[in-house]
Unconditional design. Structure first.
Length: 178
């Protein structure tokens, strides 16, 4: 498996991961009829457009498995509307359920943080559905819950939590020089 920057021709694979992970991760959190309404074709069109418009420091990374293709991705970019003054936002990080808890999400997270540091971006925030078990993942990676709000999904207002990393340089593991 390799982690690399996404290309436009990855849109179908990213859309599949996006759809499958939403249906597995958000079952019981997001309204069932909303999850049922998600379309891989619509997601693929959206990802194709998004990938055509990516410009640094915005980035999309994929986890590319030689046998299965795209099994995970992360999307991040400059923070556009953050009242907390973090420079970047991790907008999405998803790994297919059967590949979770193998360190791939952590590798993606560190790839994003290294990318931001290379672009002189030193802080990051993300918003996650509060009931999502991924909140533990973000806490294990040093994220601190800094705010709560709500997001409307499928006609329901769902609680969301912001996690922040005020100093990305403190998050990225240092190379082992032994």
């Amino acid at each position: 498996m390799i982690i690399r920057k996404a290309r436009v021709d990855d849109a179908r694979g990213i859309a599949k991961v996006h759809l499958d992970t939403w249906k597995s991760a958000y079952r019981g959190i997001v309204p069932d009829d909303y999850l049922a309404s998600l379309s891989s074709q619509k997601l693929e069109r959206g990802w194709t457009k998004a990938l055509q418009q990516v410009s640094p420091p915005e980035v999309v990374f994929v986890v590319d498995d030689p046998e299965e293709g795209i099994i995970g991705f992360a999307r991040a970019g400059p923070c556009k509307s953050d009242p907390y003054h973090y420079a970047a936002e991790l907008q999405a990080i998803y790994i297919l359920e059967k590949h979770q808890r193998k360190g791939l999400g952590t590798q993606l997270f560190f790839q994003v943080t290294r990318h931001f540091l290379q672009h002189k971006i030193n802080s990051m925030v993300l918003w996650v559905l509060t009931e999502n078990s991924a909140t533990l993942f973000y806490e294990e990676l040093g994220g601190t819950a800094i705010a709560q709000n709500q997001r409307e999904i499928g006609g329901e207002n769902l609680p969301i939590t912001a996690y922040a990393w005020p100093r990305l340089a403190d998050v990225v593991p240092r190379p082992d020089n032994s």
